[in-house]
Design a protein around this ligand. Sequence first.
Ligand code: IMP
Length: 198
Amino acid sequence: MKKIIVATGNEGKMREIRMIMKNLDIELVSLKEAGIEADIEENGTTFEENAIIKAKAIMELTGAVVMADDSGLEVDYINKEPGVYSARYLGKDTPYSVKNKNIIDRLAEAKGEERSARFVCAIAVAFPDGRILTSRGVIEGFIGYEEKGTNGFGYDPIVYVPEYGMTTGEMDPDFKNSISHRGKAIAKMTEQLKELYF
Ligand code: IMP
């Protein structure tokens, strides 16, 4: 069976990826299962660049096919911040209650459509022969006026998705996974792998 190392230390992401890719005849191995410890600097300027940096670095280390992801929140009114800095915004150990309040405050003058925002996820797969595949998934929404919902993590309580009438922080976790930026990006990558890898 073909094998892909998934460059994430996050168990939740690993579970989601396994669920979406379960019908492919590919063994998915986490960094931990592969016995790899790596601290890779994500110094790209786009989600795709960061996903490629991570996938290539682990591919070069292991000689295996490697999949990596990078994600974050883009808020249009503040020039798509926090973007690739989403995890590091205001400091990586700063509580999200503070980060979320800061974003709401920066949008004090923004009304209606001006509050548009989206979660973005890019996935990259790096092959030892140099080929790189990428895919992208998004959830479009608007920044709310206060935090709502205690499900999820990070910026979930401030991203209101009009299609479902709630923030991603109010969504049932399984439902969120089924419509998430990451879910969409993984599903698109699965289609590419089906065509190219087999
Ligand atoms: P990474 O892709 O694991 O580096 O995550 C980047 C950061 O983007 C996270 O630490 C969160 O701040 C934010 N983020 C990405 N996806 C989500 C989401 O689904 N909900 C809330 N925050 C998210």
